[in-house]
Design a protein around this ligand. Structure first.
Ligand code: HEC
Length: 284
């Protein structure tokens, strides 16, 4: 609409001048300018509605435990989210900046970390097809050896690495959660074939379509703490896990920030008292 409002005055400004003599070449110029501006106007309008149709919907705001200056990661949710990642997402996504040993920070003992690492298979060398058991120092492996293999398995799209998605994804954790739970499974979309464009309908994806098939299903994982594995719960937990993975030190930074703020308040009070004391000897 902005395009319309800026182009309209320009359109009328180029209208015929009420003068006694109208030179023919000026008339031609004006007609050309009108056609040009009319085109611009139409283009602006179409472009805008086209851009709007590509915009993902705004994700509803969720009440994450890790939001705000006093927030903290719910480590039980992070551990359940790891289960969802390992059982579901790791079939397609890598987590190349995260090492098995990092999981110790979620409250696992060294033995549990070794067992967790050993439950994964990692390539013996970069790009190698041969696999060995994982060790705590290994990073989460990429399920595909090359981007071409990833593309071939996913209808031409490469599943992105999720190491930093919690901070880099526009819309953040709210939108990751919305994307995971926001698939349109109406009868029109079933199969995603026929007249429908390729991919899966999802209002939170760019152009409302994503190449990722709906990854979560009821009871896709069994939670060790007995939490029922509904799609919503799995999405919440895996989003918490991805947010933690992207900023594992956020909690200690927040604690330090609160400590510094309290210290500065204390210092300010002390300085006020000191100032009063020093100046109390000076007569007004
Ligand atoms: C069958 C393979 C597959 C599985 C399983 C899978 N994904 Fe994806 N994912 C993809 C592909 C392919 C894309 C790229 C989509 C695109 O570019 O349209 C993607 C993209 C994404 C994106 C970025 C979305 C965007 O707008 O580009 C996020 C976030 C994501 N996946 C999270 C997850 C999580 C969390 C899980 C586990 C619960 C998961 N994925 C499971 C294939 C998968």
């Amino acid at each position: 609409m902005t395009g319309t409002f800026t182009a309209l005055p320009a359109f009328f400004l180029c209208g015929p001048k009420r003068g006694p003599v109208e030179q023919p070449f000026l008339q031609v110029q004006r007609t050309m300018a009108r056609v040009f501006l009319g085109g611009l106007l139409a283009l602006g309008w179409c472009g805008q509605s086209y851009a709007q149709s590509l915009m993902p919907d705004k994700a509803p705001v969720q009440n994450w435990s890790f939001n705000g200056p006093l927030g903290h990661f719910d480590l039980a949710a992070v551990q359940r989210g790891y289960g969802v990642f390992a059982g579901v997402c790791a079939a397609c996504h890598s987590l190349k900046d995260v090492h098995f040993a990092d999981m110790a920070q979620t409250g696992l003992t060294p033995d549990e970390v070794i067992a967790l690492a050993a439950s994964w298979k990692v390539p013996v060398a970069v790009g190698s097809e041969r696999l060995r058991k994982g060790l705590p120092d290994d990073a989460f492996p990429n399920p595909y050896t090359t981007p071409e293999a990833a593309r071939a398995a996913n209808n031409g799209a490469v599943p992105p690495d999720l190491s930093r998605i919690g901070v880099l994804y526009p819309g953040g954790p709210d939108r990751i959660f919305a994307l995971l739970t926001g698939y349109d499974t109406g009868p029109k979309q079933a199969g995603g074939q026929g007249a429908a464009p390729p991919g899966f309908a999802n209002r939170y994806a760019i152009a409302h379509r994503t190449a990722m098939p709906p990854p979560l299903h009821q009871d896709a994982v069994v939670n060790a703490d007995g939490t029922p594995a509904t799609v919503e719960q799995e999405a919440k937990d895996v989003t918490t896990f991805l947010a933690w993975v992207s900023a594992p030190h956020a909690d200690s930074k927040r604690r330090l920030g609160v400590g510094v703020a309290l210290y500065l308040c204390f210092l300010a009070i002390l300085l006020v008292i000191l100032k009063r004391r020093i100046w109390s000897h000076v007569a007004k």
